[in-house]
Design a protein around this ligand. Structure first.
Ligand SMILES: [Zn+2]
Length: 254
């Protein structure tokens, strides 16, 4: 079995690199990829390099990570340099979506329940990586990223492939009353069961992406719940807060 997940909808394009790291019981710090949660940065950096090595993409790729803040801030990456890879300080500040049309740059999202979304426009050769928790979803970060791709690179939303990485699914994502108001336009994503409300974050993002023109058949779910499959995935909710994070990448070969 591979030590990471990759996605058939993106693998169909031979120049598209895509992967999500796993939680691994036999690795230091369970193979966490997060520098921002207070764990030993030396071990995290080793884990990151080990993950990159398993992708077998050579040494030329630069890696860009953001200091994610549940915002709707989007950055266009046009310089070929590592950001936030070997040290936290150089991460793109206060940003939750990254876009580039440059080859050999990996855009990455760290997560443990939140929804990472990868976008790929094979026609204009533009990629994006998005961090969508409930707050980012409420701020419509995914559709805003699509609009930015259209505005800046001329992407047609009909050409864009969206791939969702594992996140907490409605089976496990219990939410408070206030979410009824916040997500009232997406009633089908609020599931009531025995007086408890559950929110379907992937469904809200799916609908939002369709609202800006993505085709339903181009939006691909992971079908994995991080809380249900907590052995293989970090789940902040299931673990009652955790330091571990998976890393989800997208990039293009030259
Ligand atoms: Zn679940």
């Amino acid at each position: 079995m591979k030590d990471f997940i990759s996605y058939p909808a993106l693998d169909a394009f031979t120049n598209c690199i895509n992967a999500t790291s796993l939680k691994m019981q036999d690795k230091p710090l369970l193979f966490s990829q997060a520098l921002h949660t207070g764990q030993d940065p030396k071990i995290i950096t080793q884990n990151r390099k080990a993950f990159l090595d398993t992708l077998e993409i050579g040494k030329d790729f630069k890696i860009v990570l953001a200091n994610q803040t549940h915002s709707d801030h989007i950055a266009i990456i046009d310089t070929y340099e590592n950001r936030g890879w070997e040290e936290l300080e150089s991460a793109i500040p206060d940003t939750d979506a990254l876009i580039t049309n440059k080859k050999e740059i990996l855009l990455g999202i760290l997560s443990a329940d939140c929804l990472p979304i990868l976008l790929f426009d094979p026609k204009k050769e533009v990629i994006a990586a998005i961090h969508a928790g409930w707050a980012g979803t409420h701020k419509r970060i995914a559709p805003k990223t699509v609009l930015k791709m259209a505005e800046h690179f001329g992407s047609n939303p009909k050409d864009i492939i969206a791939q969702f990485a594992p996140c907490i699914a409605p089976c496990c994502y219990e939410v408070g009353e206030e979410f009824q108001e916040q997500f009232k336009e997406y009633k089908e994503a609020l599931i009531e069961h025995h007086d408890t409300c559950y929110l379907d974050i992937p469904l809200v993002n799916n609908l939002q992406l369709q609202e800006v023109g993505l085709l339903k058949e181009n939006i691909h779910q992971s079908g994995i719940c991080t809380a249900c499959e907590n052995e293989r995935f970090f789940s902040y909710r299931k673990e009652g807060g955790c330091s571990g994070r998976m890393l989800t990448f997208i990039g293009m070969k030259s």
